[in-house]
Design a protein around this ligand. Structure first.
Ligand code: HEM
Ligand SMILES: *[C@@H]1O[C@H](CO)[C@@H](O)[C@H](O)[C@H]1NC(C)=O
Ligand SMILES: *[C@@H]1O[C@H](CO)[C@@H](O)[C@H](O)[C@H]1NC(C)=O
Length: 492
């Protein structure tokens, strides 16, 4: 009897001791260093995960911004995160001290899919080489036989055709717009476009879209914090991994086809150019086939949903603001007319239209917190100490909606980009981020947004389906997108 009692007490003592030990270990491990930016109370083990509302991740952190100011810290599991707000600090991090914050962090989830190769998640020498090669290659397509502009114009025609097929009836434009945008990238990467009714390609696009949206799921965030446990549990992260295996095998097929009929003296597209680079890289260190695979998927991933969701915002804003839409159409009619398709050189003359497209990007705000960066070395920002390895989130929303820079930040208002009737851009317009690691596809994205938007408005008027009102509610993902909606494209 006594013996039994003693045993149970010692078990209790042991358990209490264990819990205290774990708490202290957790505290020691995750304790923030002296002079770290202000940080709210953190729960043991979970850190600040409790502060996040997964249905609308911006809400909880919004309170923190009010309470702590332009720079504050958070802990997610064992990861330290610092969020910076406002032009002064965002510029400090992305430009003035940009070289210290060029790296991407090691999120376990991203590591499994993008790995640390390719364009988006790689660092150091490898990143620099892939980025330089890709920028040069994309730029050279501008000079080639079929320029980027022509490829986009061709796709604008196809998109117009399928919109016309809807005969003014309500339809969800999501897959068609995504298919069009993705075709431009496919055309650049492997010289192919896909019909809008190609079911295999539609499935692939859905996979990509679903994968993007799943990043916001609770289980995905848990995986980032506790990968060794979550690895064995079901959840969104498992679907993400499965989808990536499928996306990879799709791209592998394209690469294999190119290897079969490869002609080093004539580069038809990005894959051809990369194969040439592989053949010149004698160390096989920087340019390898697995890196090619990662780069092409990164381009598809970074270039599709971002641009597609921006265009969907554009359609919504036009249907919600018919007077603005009418002004755009009048300008297109006056400058381009109906006889020829819009071209990039029209951009300088379409001041109002250009202002509208910029306002769509500002208000659409599709990458609100930029892509995460990481401190590659110890740094000081605004007097606060940021130890090496800290994740840095630049709050682009705080620039695009800054009350001091925009007359009516919460309202869709093209006047934000006009001065005396001419297009004019405020420095705080930074949807593509800033500095050496800003969006690699900015030129391409801007060309696409301009050509798709003007060719659609040249032909159609966008309206809410009769008896309905359109909503501007959004859903998170890799890019913030409008909730699925139906719209009428009425032939002009
Ligand atoms: C409206 C459309 C787009 C928006 C708003 C957008 C925005 C962004 C942002 C905010 C970043 C993170 C930059 C940083 O870390 O500072 C980024 C990175 C990137 N974007 Fe875009 N992007 C768009 C379209 C595209 C397109 C069409 C491509 C394809 C060529 C593309 C390729 C990339 C790549 C490869 C990166 C990673 C760059 C790196 O880490 O060096 N983006 N983009
Ligand atoms: C980002 O900026 C917006 C606009 O200033 C603000 O409402 C929000 O709270 C900020 N979010 C964070 C996490 O700082
Ligand atoms: C941006 O626009 C606002 C309002 O027109 C103006 O006060 C501000 O100085 C501009 N900012 C820059 C950097 O030009």
């Amino acid at each position: 009897m006594l013996h039994f009692l003693w045993d149970s007490i010692s078990l209790q003592t042991f358990l209490i001791f264990l819990v205290v030990f774990l708490l202290i270990a957790d505290y020691m491990k995750n304790r923030n260093p002296k002079n770290f930016p202000p940080t709210p109370f953190r729960l043991p083990f979970l850190g600040h995960l409790y502060l996040i509302d997964f249905k609308d991740p911006t809400v909880a952190v919004e309170k923190l911004n009010k309470k702590y100011g332009d720079i504050f810290g958070m802990n997610m599991g064992s990861m330290k995160i610092v969020i910076v707000n406002g032009m002064r600090l965002v510029k400090e991090v992305l430009i003035n001290q940009g070289d210290k914050f060029l790296d991407r962090p090691d999120f376990p989830l991203d590591e499994e899919i993008f790995s640390k190769i390719g364009l988006i998640a790689s660092n150091g020498h490898l990143w620099k080489a892939q980025r330089r090669f890709t920028l040069t290659t994309l730029r050279n397509f501008g000079l080639g036989k079929r320029s980027v502009e022509e490829r986009i114009q061709e796709e604008c025609r196809y998109l117009g055709d399928v919109f016309r097929d809807e005969q003014g009836n309500p339809f969800n434009p999501q897959l068609k717009v995504t298919n069009a945008v993705s075709n431009v990238i496919c055309s650049l990467i492997f010289g192919n476009r896909f019909e809008y009714h190609d079911e295999n390609f539609q499935r692939l696009l859905k996979l990509m879209y679903e994968t993007a949206a799943l990043h916001g799921a609770i289980t995905s965030q848990l995986y980032n914090n506790f990968p060794s446990v979550m690895k064995y549990l079901p959840g969104a992260h498992q679907t993400i991994f499965k989808n990536w295996r499928l996306l990879k095998s799709f791209m592998q097929e394209q690469i294999n086809k190119h290897k079969e009929d490869w002609n080093p003296s004539e580069s038809r597209d990005y894959i051809d150019s990369y194969l040439l680079e592989i053949s010149k890289d004698h160390d096989r260190d920087t340019f390898r086939e697995e890196h090619l695979m990662a780069c092409t998927l990164d381009l598809m991933f970074a270039g599709t949903e971002t641009t597609s969701s921006t265009l969907r915002w554009a359609l919504l804003f036009m249907a919600i603001h018919p007077e603005i839409q009418a002004r755009v159409q009048a300008e297109i009619d006056a400058v381009i007319g109906q006889a020829r398709p819009p071209a990039l050189e029209d951009r300088n003359k379409l001041h109002y239209t250009n202002a509208v497209i910029h306002e769509v990007q500002r208000k659409g705000n599709v990458i609100p917190f930029n892509a995460p960066r990481m401190a590659a070395e110890d740094a000081y920002v605004d007097g606060y100490y940021i130890p090496k390895g800290t994740v840095i989130m630049a709050n682009l929303t705080s620039l695009l909606f800054d009350k001091n820079e925009w007359k009516t930040p919460e309202t869709f208002n093209p006047e934000h980009f006009l001065k005396d009737g001419k297009f004019w851009k405020n420095e705080t317009f930074t949807p593509f981020s800033m500095g050496k690691r800003a969006c690699l596809g900015e030129m391409l994205a801007r060309a696409e947004l301009f050509l798709f938007f003007t060719s659609l408005l040249q032909k159609f008027t966008f309206q809410a389906p009769p008896g309905t009102t359109l909503s501007l509610r959004s859903m998170p993902g890799i890019a913030v997108a409008p909730l699925p909606f139906k719209i009428c494209a009425v032939l002009r």
